[in-house]
Ligand binder design. Structure first.
Ligand SMILES: [Zn+2]
Length: 236
C-alpha cells in the first residue's frame, strides 16, 4: 500500500482530542521509572511509520533498554479479542497465537511492560473502515484483555499521528507534515467521546456516507467493536 495521508476530517477530530489532553506528550509518561528493563512494543508494521515509532519509543529510556518489537498490520488493534481485523476463519486461533507471542517474550526477556500502539492514518484500519473511535476503543479493549490475562503486566497506550499539514501542538508553528507519538489515557478518551457525543455521531455518519460513495462494503464486516457504552460506537 502506498503512503496514506490523514484526511482533513480525521486531523480535525484528532486535533480536538489533542487540545483536550486525551493525548499527552510522550515525555510526560515516566515509563522508565515504571519499568526500566524495557518494553514489549506492539505496533503496526507500516513501513512508513514504524521507524519513527521505534526511535521515539527507544528515546523514552535514558539507559539502553530492550525494546522487543512486534510489527504486524494493524498493530495493537489485533490484540482486542473483538477486533474486526482478525481473520474471520480462525479468530480465536490467531488471537491466541498473538497473546502467546507476548507471553513468550515476557518470559524470554524478563519484561513486564507491553506498550501497545495504534496509529493514524493506518492502512489496515482504513481497509476495515474503522473510525478514530473504533481504533481507540479497540486498543482500550486490547489493554483490558491483556491486564486480565497477565494481571501484573503494565500496558500503557500510545498513539502515533502523522499530521498531514497542520501542527498537532498548538504552541508550535504549523509545519507541512510531522510525526508525533502521544501517551493516551483510555479514561480521558472515553470521557471526551461521551462529552462530544454529537460531534462523534456527525463524524461517523460522515465517514459512512463517504465510504458508501467510494466503494462497496467489505464482504463480511463483523459487527462494530462497541467498546464504549453510551457512545455511538456502542449503538450503531
Ligand atoms: Zn497501520
Amino acid at each position: 500500500m502506498s503512503k496514506l495521508v490523514l484526511s482533513e476530517t480525521d486531523a480535525q477530530v484528532l486535533q480536538l482530542m489533542r487540545n483536550a489532553d486525551v493525548f499527552t506528550d510522550l515525555e510526560n509518561h515516566r515509563i522508565t521509572n515504571d519499568e526500566p528493563t524495557g518494553s514489549i512494543c506492539f505496533t503496526c508494521a507500516d513501513g512508513h511509520q514504524i521507524g519513527d515509532i521505534y526511535t521515539r519509543h527507544s528515546n523514552i529510556y535514558e539507559e539502553e533498554a530492550c525494546i522487543h518489537t512486534f510489527g504486524l498490520n494493524g498493530g495493537a488493534l489485533l490484540l482486542a479479542p473483538n477486533s474486526p481485523l482478525l481473520p474471520l476463519i480462525f479468530p480465536e486461533g490467531v488471537h491466541a497465537f498473538l497473546i502467546q507471542q507476548i507471553d513468550d517474550a515476557m518470559k524470554m526477556k524478563g519484561i513486564n511492560l507491553c506498550a501497545i500502539y495504534t496509529h493514524f492514518p493506518c492502512g489496515a484500519a482504513t481497509s476495515a473502515r474503522l473510525s478514530i473511535m473504533d481504533q481507540l476503543g479497540l486498543v482500550v479493549s486490547a489493554k483490558t484483555f491483556l491486564k486480565k490475562r497477565f494481571p501484573t503486566l503494565k500496558v500503557p497506550l500510545f498513539v502515533h499521528v502523522h499530521w498531514p499539514y497542520r501542527s498537532g501542538d498548538s504552541e508550535q508553528p504549523p509545519r507541512p507534515s510531522m510525526r508525533r507519538t502521544y501517551y493516551m489515557s483510555g479514561k480521558h478518551a472515553e470521557a471526551w467521546i461521551v462529552a462530544n457525543r454529537q460531534l462523534v455521531i456527525d463524524y461517523e455518519a460522515d465517514l459512512r456516507k463517504k465510504a458508501l460513495a467510494s466503494a462497496p462494503p467489505p464482504a463480511e464486516r463483523p459487527s462494530s467493536p462497541g467498546v464504549w457504552i453510551g457512545t455511538s460506537v456502542a449503538t450503531r
